[in-house]
Design a protein around this ligand. Structure first.
Ligand SMILES: NC(=O)c1ccc[n+]([C@@H]2O[C@H](COP(=O)([O-])OP(=O)(O)OC[C@H]3O[C@@H](n4cnc5c(N)ncnc54)[C@H](OP(=O)(O)O)[C@@H]3O)[C@@H](O)[C@H]2O)c1
Length: 162
């Protein structure tokens, strides 16, 4: 199964200068809880922002180029390779973790969405591709708990393809 996981602001913004536009530890915690132990697939530019593999996950980087990747990170050269990876372990979740170019490419054949929506607006340069939510059913909704470290209103929604 292929799942997209991301956080966006009220305008669908997801990135600023190669990084997240906000600091929201509650979202990072949920991301870690959901993805740990699974495969994570990211675009070359998102990986450039991380610099090192995410621990306790199988890290895959999607690129058309031949990349020189650090130990513990493997490359996918195409969507065909990504689909083959997911098909090899159909009961496992393969998390596609961004960025916008990879989300746009994978959305047509994704099975599940994990969305964090931050009810605020930020500045940045990268937006989530448009999603037709009539194709998706919300199967879980949770309102995030605001506190001094998580100062914005935010919500978690999980969707399955209808
Ligand atoms: N808010 C969030 O949840 C979230 C999550 C992740 C990332 N982000 C943000 O998103 C931004 C980066 O997004 P981005 O759209 O600029 O870049 P990206 O999607 O991370 O990476 C784009 C690169 O991935 C490779 N790629 C994409 N589609 C491919 C395909 N079908 N086959 C092979 N390779 C493919 C290409 O690499 P080559 O050019 O090498 O071929 C492409 O240039 C950053 O600001 C990051 O912080 C936000």
């Amino acid at each position: 199964m292929i799942a997209l996981i991301w956080a966006e602001d009220q305008n669908g913004l997801i990135g600023a200068d190669g990084q997240l536009p906000w600091h929201l530890p509650a979202d990072l915690k949920r991301f870690k809880a959901l993805t740990t132990g699974h495969a994570v697939v990211m675009g070359r530019k998102t990986f450039a922002g991380f610099k090192r593999p995410l621990p306790r996950r199988t890290n895959w980087v999607l690129s058309h180029q031949q990349l020189d990747l650090p130990a513990g990170v493997r490359q996918l050269h195409s969507l065909t390779e990504l689909r083959a990876l997911a098909a090899k372990t159909p009961t496992e979740t393969c998390f596609v973790i961004g960025g916008a170019a990879v989300f746009a490419a994978v959305l047509p054949f994704a099975d599940r969405l994990y969305r964090t929506r931050i009810q605020a607006t930020f500045s940045g340069d990268t937006w989530m591709p448009a999603i037709d939510y009539s194709d998706w059913q919300c199967v879980q909704h949770e309102v995030g708990i605001r506190d001094e470290k998580n100062p914005y209103p935010f919500e978690f929604d999980d969707f399955e393809r209808c």
